[in-house]
Design a protein around this ligand. Structure first.
Ligand code: AVI
Length: 371
């Protein structure tokens, strides 16, 4: 989620090459504040744009006037929200990031080999690419040079990724600012095979129908023989899940409440943060953690930019995020439904988190075409 729907304030763009000399930086592009400007046009793709006022206004109006009040999860990721999410990933209770990193630390060589060399890597929702650097190091141990295409809707995230990878001198980095998969046009490939990676259990923040559509969109952009690596949290006891989304230090609570700060800033709303509290719920039927903001009093909140006032009953909740926890079978089904063939999986020792490598199968010849 962090990558796919992250939004940042428009900023100066990615204008920094990775290295001045050597491989790294050759394909570096600059991405303008609106996501459209490219440095000399060297890299031909940049389609995404930060969330516009109109998009935020429309989403908030629709969500807060629905019978079950909701706000779309992408609203959580403004600059502050993204920074708070980084803090979450280091919390003792939030096992996801460190577990996935441990799997990558022990299995990256196997993963890139299984994907099939030579390889180039495209990452959706790359964020700062800290975990992916493990895959890239493994790849560079097996081939002399490599191309990495981080795709993110956040220029800040892409800049962090570029900085993180500066030390890998035989790596070319070609960041793409885009909303994926909708706006994603992949440039010409440079290796025989592409491996698209989607890590961090970001898939879990999509509703099942959205997740299927997203994976099918990725699949359509790939060729037979290409590979896809999905990192996803696995279904487990709510005793383990609940603290991960309601940590003792209150970082997740601040992350969740920050969406109201954003609405105050961007829509002139008058949410009083002392009158809402962070609530998490395990929904066993849907197999998902749910995050809410609960109104602790009966109140009416003006939102001037929408020319409206939203009434809350005491105890009424806004649903702000879901985090699906799929079983291994459900993860497999998701990939198969999108047209991938799962081939291999890697887990941590406790089987809390899984990385699944899936392949785009060879095209079946039509009966007419077959000779
Ligand atoms: C980004 N995503 C995978 C996180 C998750 O675990 O669902 C978002 C998050 N929300 C609260 N804590 C973490």
């Amino acid at each position: 989620m962090r990558g796919s729907l992250t939004t940042t304030a428009p900023d100066e763009g990615i204008d920094e090459g990775i290295n001045d000399e050597g491989m790294n930086g050759e394909e570096m592009n600059g991405v303008g504040a609106d996501g459209a400007g490219l440095d000399g046009g060297r890299v031909g793709v940049a389609a995404g744009a930060p969330d516009t006022f109109a998009a935020v206004a429309a989403a908030v109006r629709a969500g807060l006037t629905a019978p079950q009040k909701t706000l779309p999860p992408w609203l959580l990721y403004d600059e502050t929200g993204s920074a708070l999410f980084e803090e979450i990933t280091a919390l003792p209770e939030y096992y996801l990031t460190r577990t996935e990193r441990a799997i990558l630390a022990s299995s990256s060589d196997e993963i890139v080999s299984a994907a099939g060399l030579p390889l180039e890597i495209v990452e959706l929702g790359a964020g700062s690419a800290t975990k992916t650097s493990l895959l890239l190091e493994a790849l560079l141990a097996r081939q002399p040079t490599a191309l990495y295409t981080p795709v993110d809707v956040s220029p800040t995230a892409l800049r962090l990724a570029v900085a993180e990878l500066r030390r890998l001198r035989r790596l070319r980095v070609r960041p793409i600012l885009a909303r994926y998969p909708d706006d994603l046009v992949l440039p010409e490939r440079t290796a025989e095979r592409r491996l698209v990676v989607f890590l961090g259990s970001n898939i879990g923040n999509y509703e099942p129908s959205e997740a299927r559509a997203l994976l099918a969109g990725v699949r359509r952009r790939l060729e037979p023989g290409d590979a896809f690596l999905l990192g996803a949290d696995l279904a487990k006891s709510p005793r383990l899940l609940r603290p991960a989304y309601d940590d003792a230090a209150g970082v997740t609570a601040r992350f969740n409440l920050n969406v109201l700060v954003r609405l105050n800033r961007e829509l002139g709303a008058a949410f009083n943060l002392d009158r809402f509290r962070h609530v998490v719920k395990w929904n066993a039927v849907a197999s998902r953690m749910e995050l809410y903001l609960e109104s602790t009093v009966a109140q009416t909140v003006p939102i001037p930019a929408l020319n409206t006032r939203i009434a809350f009953a005491r105890g009424e909740r806004i649903h702000t995020e879901s985090s699906y926890k799929l079983t291994r079978t459900a993860q497999r089904r998701l990939l198969v439904d999108a047209g991938f063939q799962p081939e291999a999986r890697w887990y941590d020792a406790r089987k809390w988190f899984g990385l699944t490598l899936a392949r785009v199968p060879a095209r079946r010849r039509s009966r007419l075409g077959a000779s």
